[in-house]
Design a protein around this ligand. Structure first.
Ligand SMILES: C[S@@+](CC[C@H](N)C(=O)[O-])C[C@H]1O[C@@H](n2cnc3c(N)ncnc32)[C@H](O)[C@@H]1O
Length: 272
């Protein structure tokens, strides 16, 4: 078997690293960036937070809270808010900004320390669950079911499988915006190195794909699923899909692929 150089760990390994580890390693070292601290709410998030403000007024868990972009909008709504993030720096940033909420450095792969039925709502914005591979994603859905009260709500977003053909390598990431193009050019060597290392870990399955997309200079692997595939997955894990929205906050009905919208937002209710 070929030896595989893992740049993150800096060592030669016999087998390639796993998607979950690749992504966690990048996020663990990430500093809070403007995008994840002061960035504005997306239209879809605004619509969902307004529509489900009753559920969001109870005990809320936010997964991958980052630097508090969404947190700042949940804190005034929630009776109590707990935020978790794998990055210590992100957690520290949220703790500084929102003293009234509670934050923990925690990987979403292990939420076992939270008691059953602890939350009325769980929010997982900006596709955080897409860092997980398929078995871990399914385990997480079971965990969310356990952590929610009966009828509890989960709001999350996920990469849209219909946009998989638009996911290109670093050389194809051209932009008409000159500042963005220059920025991409400066970062191109790093993006090329990352893509060379991770493209071999991409996967194609009938229901989903794992892709090395442009995020953070091609340094991660993300899960892509269709709107209908996500509904089916939710149902298999005892959730009822309430609605799916595109980034503009427009409904994406069953059967639609929302081509061109790279991320879809979902609201689902725990059943049984
Ligand atoms: C794309 S950022 C989104 C941040 C924030 N929720 C927002 O919407 O702006 C994803 C966040 O999830 C965190 N994250 C990534 N993988 C994680 C994991 N396995 N467990 C917990 N947090 C994770 C990252 O550290 C990062 O802060």
């Amino acid at each position: 078997m070929l030896a595989y150089r893992d740049r993150g760990a800096g060592a030669l390994q016999q087998s390639p690293p796993h998607q979950n580890e690749v992504n966690a390693r990048v996020w663990e070292r990430m500093r809070p960036q403007h995008l994840y601290t002061r960035g504005r709410l997306r239209a879809a998030e605004r619509v969902l937070f307004e529509r489900y403000h009753a559920e969001l007024s109870g005990r809320v868990l936010e997964l991958g809270c980052g630097g508090g972009r969404i947190t700042g909008h949940l804190v005034p709504l929630a009776g109590s808010l707990t935020g978790v993030d794998v990055s210590g720096q992100m957690v520290a940033c949220c703790q500084r900004r929102y003293a009234q909420a509670h934050f923990e450095r925690r990987d979403i792969r292990d939420l076992s320390s939270f008691q059953t039925g602890s939350f009325e709502a769980i929010v997982a914005g900006f596709s955080v669950i897409d860092v997980l591979d398929d078995p871990q994603r399914k385990r997480l859905l079971d965990e969310l079911h356990r952590l929610l009260t009966r009828g509890g709500l989960v709001i999350f977003s996920s990469h849209n499988l219909a946009c998989a053909p638009l996911v290109r390598g670093p050389l194809a990431s051209f932009s008409w915006n000159p500042i963005r193009s220059l920025n991409r050019l400066v970062r191109l060597p790093r993006a090329l190195r990352n893509h060379r290392r991770l493209a071999c870990l991409e996967q194609v399955h009938p229901d989903y794909r794992i892709l090395n997309d442009v995020a953070h200079d091609h340094s991660m692997l993300h899960y892509y699923i269709s709107r209908d595939g996500q509904q089916h997955q939710l149902e298999q894990h005892r959730f009822e899909l309430l609605e799916c929205l595109d980034l503009d906050g427009s409904p994406v009905p069953a059967g639609a692929d929302a081509f061109g919208c790279h991320e879809l937002h979902y609201a689902a209710r725990r059943v049984s």
